[in-house]
Design a protein around this ligand. Structure first.
Ligand code: DQA
Length: 145
């Protein structure tokens, strides 16, 4: 299997200090270490990336399409309004590749504006509400496909 991209959107670089009661106390570094541990145990290459820029996130999705890579993506706030990101995700899944949308928290149990995802409709699947395990469950699922 080719490398799996694990993409993280805006403000996820602040994990650990940002609203710990919602997102937990683990940092982005802790998240990456835990995912790389999983990857090592499965002999699966993964690339864990984070950006606050929509442009960069879309560029990584284009790279994943080129490399025929599956994607785990936490689009963070872009989830709720970025049609440009949705189109890039649709290009990826439309080319037969898998994309799993993940969230650390459960957006449906939070403010109303978080209840809508413009990404879910073009994702292969969605996993939310399990902290770091949301990512691990997504990777597990991709490794089975
Ligand atoms: C999030 C949920 C989003 O609503 C929020 O904007 C985030 C993080 C999550 O992982 O729970 O930044 O995607």
């Amino acid at each position: 299997m080719s490398v799996i991209y694990v993409l993280n959107g805006p403000n996820l670089n602040l994990l650990g200090s940002r609203e710990p009661e919602v997102y937990g106390t683990f940092s982005l570094g802790d998240l990456e270490a835990s995912l790389q541990n999983w990857a090592l145990s499965k002999d699966q290459a993964i690339k864990v990336l984070q950006t606050n820029s929509e442009d960069e996130l879309i560029g990584w999705l284009h790279a994943a399409i080129k490399e025929k890579s599956s994607v785990v993506i936490n689009p963070a706030a872009f989830t709720h309004y970025s049609y440009a990101l949705r189109d890039a995700c649709a290009a990826l899944t439309g080319s037969g590749l898998s994309l799993i949308e993940v969230h650390i928290s459960n957006p449906h149990a939070r403010e109303t504006f978080r209840h809508n995802s413009v990404i879910s409709g073009v994702a292969t699947g969605v996993i939310a509400g399990f902290g770091i395990d949301s990512y691990l469950l997504a990777l597990e699922q991709l490794s089975r496909r």
